[in-house]
Design a protein around this ligand. Structure first.
Ligand SMILES: [Zn+2]
Length: 426
C-alpha cells in the first residue's frame, strides 16, 4: 500500500480497530476502584481499598486512552502480560485542592477517590501518575489488580446504599450507553415530605443544563437521569449557625473554610448511590437556598437551589465535566493555583509558557498577544491578562465568559465542551 492509502485505510478502520481493542481487553461491565489518596505537598500515596464490579461501563468504547491532558492525576491500566497501556483517565480531586491549604505543608491528608474503568478480561496493573514541576505526568505507584478481590455490588448492601434505586429519566436520548454522556442528578438534603419539591428541582436543574450553548445544541447526546433518594433532615449543613446537624452524604457548605463551597468527602458513599446506574458525571442537587456550589474535574459538581442556580450549575458542571479553569482573577480561594512559570493544563487558561498547546489557531493574525481588554477586542478571541484567581501572569481567551462572570461561554470554552461531549459519544 502507498503511504496515502495506508493513511486513508487507518483513518477509515480506526473506529473498528478501537472497538476490537475494547473487546480484546474488556467486558461490558464496569470495575469501580475505590482508593485512598493520602500524603501532603510533594508526597502522594495511593492505597486500593475495595474493588467492585458494577453493571455498566458507560464511557466510550473507542476513546479508551485519555488524550485531553487534563486533570491533576492520571489513572492508567496496563495489560499485565504485554505491559500495553489499555485505558487511562485524567482526574482531579479534593485532595489536590487541599494541597493549597497551609496545613498541607506538614500535615498528612487522607481522601477517598474513585475511578470507574471497563471490567478487564485479563490480569491488569493499575498505575497512578501525578504532575511534575512542569506539569508532565510522573508515575508514582503501580499495583497488580487481584481479580479474586473483586466483589459484586450486592456484597456491599450492608451500607446506607439503596439497593436497586428508583431511577427517574429527565432527558432521554436515542443513543446507546457507550455513545452518550450519562449525567446523573443526585438529590441531597430532601426529606420524604419534600418529594414534590425534589421532583420540581430535578426538572429545573435539567432545564438549566440545557439553557446555555453549547449544552443546548448537545441535548441529544446527554442523557440525564436522577436517583430517587431521601435524607433524614432537610437542607445542607456546614455553616456556623446552621440547624442541619446530619449532613446527607456528608455534603456541607464551608469546605476548606470557604463558606460558599459545597462539597462532600464521602466519595465512596456517593458512588454507592449511582453504581447500578450508567454514570459519566454527577451533579449533587442540594436542597438549600443559601448560594453555593462547587465542581472538580471528573469528580462531581454541586449546586444550591435558588435564584442564581442556573448560572452556578452551568459554571460548576463545566469544571467537573469539561475540566475548564476559572477565568476570573480575584477570589478568596487559592485552590488549584500554580506557578506562572508553568503552563497550566486547563484548555482555557495560559501563562504563555507553552501557548502552542492552547487556542492560538483561534486568534486573528492582527490581534496582539497579550491582548488589551479594550472595546476594540471585545467579542474577539485573544489573550487577556487575569485568570485562574491571579491578576498577573495568567491569561484567558475572551473578555467575558461563563467561567469568568457567568455570561455566555467564550469560543474556546465552547469548543472544549463540544470536544469532550463528542469524546464520550464516539
Ligand atoms: Zn471561556
Amino acid at each position: 500500500m502507498k503511504i496515502k492509502s495506508i493513511i486513508a485505510f487507518t483513518l477509515i478502520m480506526l473506529p473498528f480497530l478501537c472497538l476490537a481493542q475494547y473487546d480484546t481487553y474488556f467486558t461490558n461491565t464496569g470495575l469501580r476502584i475505590d482508593y485512598s489518596h493520602s500524603g501532603r505537598v510533594g508526597i502522594d500515596y495511593f492505597t486500593i481499598e475495595q474493588l467492585i464490579e458494577i453493571p455498566y461501563f458507560s464511557g466510550s468504547h473507542t476513546n479508551l486512552i485519555d488524550k485531553t491532558n487534563n486533570g491533576a492525576y492520571l489513572v492508567s491500566l496496563y495489560d499485565k502480560q504485554t505491559k500495553q497501556l489499555i485505558f487511562s483517565k485524567g482526574v482531579s480531586s479534593l485532595f489536590n485542592e487541599w494541597l493549597s491549604m497551609d496545613e498541607a505543608k506538614n500535615m498528612c491528608g487522607n481522601f477517598e477517590e474513585v475511578v470507574v474503568v471497563p471490567y478487564p478480561k485479563n490480569e491488569v496493573e493499575i498505575a497512578f501518575s501525578v504532575r511534575d514541576s512542569v506539569n508532565n505526568w510522573k508515575e508514582v505507584a503501580r499495583y497488580e489488580i487481584d481479580k479474586n478481590e473483586i466483589r459484586g455490588v450486592e456484597f456491599f448492601g450492608n451500607k446506607a446504599k439503596p439497593s436497586h434505586p428508583k431511577v427517574i429519566t429527565l432527558n432521554k436520548t436515542k443513543r446507546k450507553v457507550e455513545q452518550r454522556v450519562d449525567l446523573v442528578l443526585i438529590p441531597v438534603g430532601y426529606t420524604h415530605s419534600e418529594k414534590e419539591k425534589m421532583m420540581q428541582d430535578l426538572k429545573s436543574m435539567t432545564e438549566y443544563m440545557f439553557s446555555e450553548e453549547p449544552y443546548k445544541s448537545l441535548k441529544d447526546k446527554i442523557e440525564i437521569t436522577a436517583v430517587e433518594r431521601y435524607a433524614k433532615q432537610s437542607g445542607i449543613g456546614g455553616l456556623k449557625d446552621s440547624k442541619v446537624t446530619q449532613s446527607d452524604l456528608g455534603v456541607v457548605y464551608n469546605t476548606f473554610g470557604s463558606p460558599r463551597y459545597i462539597m462532600t468527602r464521602n466519595l465512596w458513599e456517593l458512588y454507592d448511590v449511582v453504581d447500578e446506574v450508567p454514570c459519566d458525571a454527577m451533579i449533587l442537587v442540594c436542597n438549600d437556598s443559601i448560594y453555593g456550589g462547587g465542581g472538580i474535574y471528573n469528580y462531581y459538581a454541586t449546586c444550591y437551589m435558588g435564584k442564581k442556580s442556573k448560572e452556578v450549575i452551568v459554571h460548576e458542571f463545566s469544571h467537573s465535566f469539561a475540566g475548564l479553569g476559572d477565568e476570573y482573577a480575584d477570589n478568596d480561594s487559592q485552590a488549584g493555583v500554580t506557578s506562572s512559570k508553568v503552563e497550566p493544563y486547563e484548555n482555557n487558561v495560559t501563562t504563555l509558557v507553552d501557548f502552542s498547546k492552547k487556542w492560538g489557531d483561534m486568534i486573528d493574525k492582527d490581534t496582539p498577544i497579550p491582548t488589551p481588554a479594550t472595546k476594540q477586542y471585545e467579542n474577539k478571541v485573544g489573550v487577556f491578562e487575569g485568570a485562574a484567581y491571579m491578576g498577573k501572569g495568567f491569561y484567558r481567551p475572551y473578555q467575558h465568559c461563563m467561567m469568568r462572570d457567568l455570561t455566555p461561554f467564550c469560543p474556546v470554552c465552547t469548543k472544549s465542551i463540544i470536544d469532550i461531549v463528542n469524546m464520550y459519544c464516539e
